[in-house]
Unconditional design. Structure first.
Length: 710
């Protein structure tokens, strides 16, 4: 296959007929193909480089002569590249990979020119020192401060040879991150286990067997059925989690677990050398910028410092270690009571299985029996009703109004009390392991902006992607979800709300833009709390066939089970946060200790059962090696403390009082959701809560407060 088409004559594909270069409100996702990518980006980058040269010639330290033209340049590239990057995540193909690999260096080269522009940097400094400074709004001042800090972090102050090396590092890091993510996707797809004997999959629920048999059909097993198989077991999230939780076949659990924690760690898909190189380059980059390690660079754009982040991890570790040890003892005792041979030697592939059995016994809950009450359509109805109650907004289906990339994708418009649309979003809910990367995320399509306006009067309206990888529907049933999958939808929708409900018109700090990274999870984790609020749960927990509401006693048992093994779950997250900081503060690339030894040492502090010697989880840790969480994974815990404290304000107002909820919702909407990056997160939070946050609510929701008190 010849994939070098990017270097061919661009005259036709770079014309107005290229869908990526057309004027659009909603991207033409139905017609964009891989062969559009390079011609469009080549043409666009030439134009933007000319725009940058012109700006550098004419720039003045005023808003109209500096920020307005700069935002237009930044936004144009961000929108087009965002579309390309999105499609590579949800519609992966060799052609898309080849196109991105070819054009990415040019894109990075231009971004570096833009961020390192001395005339623009000098103009921002002059604006900050001018008499106009005091007349600027808080949001405008934040834009100036952010752009000055960004320029320094991208090497504007470096001399020629150092800047040249810095730019080489940036190019290499971008390529390595792309390759890292691709290796994970390919390694996940590579594992397949065909099972024909029903005894081997005993315990797996019908939902999983239906997915496994439909996977078998796609793999060419024409007679595959849910009842008789064959079944194809993969490492795709819904199947992997189900096998670990429900398969009675211990050897199957072990095989799948070992495959999962060793993904992308051997052969041509081995991410180990990529990690080593990423860490080496990040350290070199940090030293070029005058820092001793990469964590110091990362913390320049965070609320916390390295010491404060480590302090939080230590405090949460102290709160959760004792409960986690007790969790393990409870699990062993329960397994012994069930006559399990492995009770005295529980291993990692046993934990989820016996935890689920213990949870079923303790709370009389069966996750699979509950799935019929958590169908996607009813969950979405409940979510939309909640947002109407809290924020006074209406969300309506708008399928057909915008092109989509897959038939499973839905499109929605968000309206205010006057029925005027003020935002839109796409929702891509289901797992597609052949082409879609794992996990769940929210991405920006376009942001609110008064500079980017179609009529030069009204600001451009925000549009978002919400992407999940939950259990897909089967031939005769809608997507029937676990409570964890419900959480994921609420979480990503929280991110989208902050993007869509912003009232900030300055595009460079609207929505999620310009917010310190350890504060971006506040809105998302805030929304998760509503899954465990009684009235909210009962609003969407309705049987998909009969419409019967989840019985009250079951609802209460689910809410009680929220803190089940909370210490163990928190320690698992602390492992990721701790090893991330360790790798970006103390680790010496090429030294005597490997990255896996560092992870093993962390595992001793966070896991009652030692990690497997062959555990290579780091090779699939895309958050820190292919995303924006490097030396920042602690952000989840940092923001969770704030989000729990924020939710407790609604408790104090009265969760059964609709008027009080609406008043508190309005306050949350006007601060956390509306202000974007136009104010510092500390100021925004104080404006909402009226005081500094405390960890009490977080610890209480996790059943860990008594441990702290003791």
């Amino acid at each position: 296959m010849n994939l070098s088409y990017c270097s061919k004559d661009l005259s036709f594909m770079a014309s107005a007929q290229n869908p990526l270069l057309q004027d659009f409100i909603f991207p033409p996702y139905d017609v964009i193909e891989a062969n559009h990518v390079c011609p469009a980006l080549q043409s666009l980058l030439i134009k933007l480089e000319n725009d940058l040269v012109e700006l550098e010639k004419t720039v003045e330290p005023t808003w109209p002569k500096l920020v307005v033209p700069l935002e237009k340049i930044i936004d144009r590239l961000s929108v087009v590249w965002g579309i390309v990057n999105h499609l590579s995540s949800v519609k992966d193909s060799p052609e898309f990979r080849a196109a991105i690999e070819e054009i990415q260096p040019r894109k990075v080269e231009f971004q570096l020119k833009l961020r390192q522009s001395k005339p623009i940097y000098d103009a921002f400094k002059a604006l900050r020192e001018s008499s106009d400074w005091e007349n600027l709004s808080d949001a405008c001042k934040r834009v100036v401060e952010i752009k000055l800090k960004e320029a320094v972090l991208y090497g504007v102050s470096l001399e020629d040879t150092k800047r040249e090396r810095f730019n080489e590092i940036e190019q290499d890091l971008e390529k390595l991150a792309q390759k890292f993510e691709q290796n994970i996707l390919d390694a996940t797809k590579k594992f397949e286990k065909v099972i024909t004997d029903k005894k081997e999959i005993e315990g797996l629920p019908l939902t999983t067997l239906a997915i496994a048999s439909e996977t078998a059909l796609l793999k060419g097993y024409e007679k595959a059925t849910t009842e008789y198989g064959p079944w194809v077991i993969t490492l795709d999230g819904p199947i992997y989690r189900s096998v670990l939780q429900h398969a009675r076949n211990r050897s199957l659990r072990e095989e799948v677990y070992r495959a999962y924690v060793s993904r992308a760690s051997h052969g041509p898909l081995n991410n180990t050398p990529i990690i080593e190189r990423i860490l080496e380059l990040r350290l070199e980059k940090a030293k070029l910028l005058g820092h001793s390690n990469y964590a110091e660079v990362s913390m320049e754009t965070k609320m916390a410092t390295t010491d404060r982040a480590k302090d939080l991890i230590d405090k949460l570790h102290n709160a959760s270690w004792g409960p986690a040890i007790q969790d393990m003892e409870d699990l062993r005792d329960f397994a012994r009571g069930q006559g399990a041979e492995e009770a005295n030697d529980l291993n990692h592939w046993d934990i989820n299985f016996w935890s689920e059995r213990l949870r079923e016994s303790k709370y009389d809950l069966n996750e699979e029996d509950l799935r019929p009450y958590f169908s996607l359509p009813k969950v979405m109805d409940g979510l939309f009703n909640l947002t109407k109650k809290l924020f006074g907004i209406d969300i309506e289906p708008a399928d057909g109004a915008a092109p989509v990339w897959n038939a499973d994708v839905s499109f929605y418009k968000v309206k205010d009390s006057s029925s005027t649309p003020f935002a839109y979003f796409y929702f891509d809910p289901y797992s597609r392991p052949s082409e879609k990367r794992g996990g769940a995320w929210m991405d920006v399509v376009v942001g609110r902006s008064c500079v980017i306006s179609s009529d030069n009067i009204s600001p451009r309206l925000p549009i978002a992607h919400i992407v999940c990888n939950q259990t897909p529907p089967t031939r005769d049933k809608p997507s029937l979800m676990t409570i964890r999958e419900v959480e994921a939808v609420f979480h990503e929708f929280g991110h989208a709300l902050q993007h869509m409900l912003t009232k900030q018109d300055e595009g460079l700090v609207s929505g999620n833009q310009g917010i310190e990274w350890d504060a971006v999870e506040i809105a998302s984790q805030f929304m998760e709390n509503w899954c465990y609020q009684r009235d909210t749960m009962l609003s969407f927990a309705k049987h998909y066939e009969t419409g019967e509401v989840l019985p009250e006693d079951i609802c209460l048992r689910i809410l009680s089970a929220r803190t089940f093994r909370a210490g163990s779950q928190l320690l698992r997250q602390l492992r990721y946060a701790d090893v991330d900081l360790e790798l970006h503060t103390s680790y010496v690339p090429g030294g005597r200790e490997s990255i896996f030894i560092i992870d093993q040492k962390t595992g001793k502090k966070t896991h009652p059962i030692p990690l497997l010697p062959e555990d290579r989880f780091l090779c699939s840790f895309s958050h820190i090696f292919a995303d924006k969480y490097a030396a920042g994974y602690y952000s989840y815990q940092w923001a969770e403390v704030l989000s729990a404290d924020a939710f407790s304000a609604f408790e104090e107002a009265g969760l059964d009082n609709d008027q009080s909820l609406r008043e508190m919702g309005y306050k949350f909407q006007e601060t956390i959701l509306a202000l974007g990056g136009g104010k510092s997160p500390n100021e925004v939070y104080l404006e909402f809560r009226g005081r500094e946050p405390t960890p009490d609510a977080f610890l209480r929701y996790n059943g860990l407060l008594p441990t702290i008190a003791a």
